[in-house]
Design a protein around this ligand. Structure first.
Ligand code: HEC
Length: 136
């Protein structure tokens, strides 16, 4: 009985502590799109600081992405998300973080080609999520 009561309590506190709105998620997405543009500009202007700034923003933002509180309280959407998307989302997010580190390392190492390749892989991960998970 106690266990049964604990679950809704946990879900409730999770959703109220991390109240993540759709507006915030859209803002985070736009931040990441801007970070990607900044990184690209850094490549073309051969400016490591611009690349670093973009990488930093991208890494700080990607960790926040997830279902909105509304989706969590909407039982159907949340369950679908749990079933299909948690693992994949985690994997995509950690790949983006790792590739972002690659960009910075490679670019600092005077290897812009490898940096660009990591950049393209990130763009691929963004699209992967959009194509497969945007049904949230
Ligand atoms: C884990 C899944 C996921 C990942 C990873 C992801 N996105 Fe998104 N993206 C979404 C979802 C979901 C929306 C729709 C947001 C909404 O309306 O709630 C979205 C919307 C967007 C939008 C449109 C925002 C608007 O103004 O309506 C942009 C731009 C965007 N993403 C950029 C990116 C970029 C750039 C990356 C990679 C660095 C990325 N996204 C990675 C799920 C993801």
């Amino acid at each position: 009985m106690k266990k049964l009561l604990l679950i809704p309590t946990l879900m409730f506190s999770f959703s109220s502590v991390n109240a993540y709105t759709q507006g915030e998620r859209i803002e985070d997405m736009q931040k990441m799109a801007q970070a990607m543009q900044d990184i690209q500009a850094g490549f073309f202007y051969n400016n490591l600081d611009i690349v670093k700034d973009g990488v930093k923003t991208l890494k700080e933002t990607v960790v926040k992405i997830g279902p909105t509180s509304e989706e969590i309280t909407d039982k159907d959407v949340f369950e679908r998300w749990l079933r299909n998307n948690v693992k994949m989302t985690k994997r995509i997010k950690s790949k983006i973080t790792r590739r972002a580190d690659d960009i910075e390392e490679r670019f600092a190492d005077n290897d812009p080609r490898q940096a660009l390749q990591a950049y393209e892989r990130i763009a691929g991960e963004c699209l992967k999520c959009h194509v497969e998970l945007r049904k949230w």
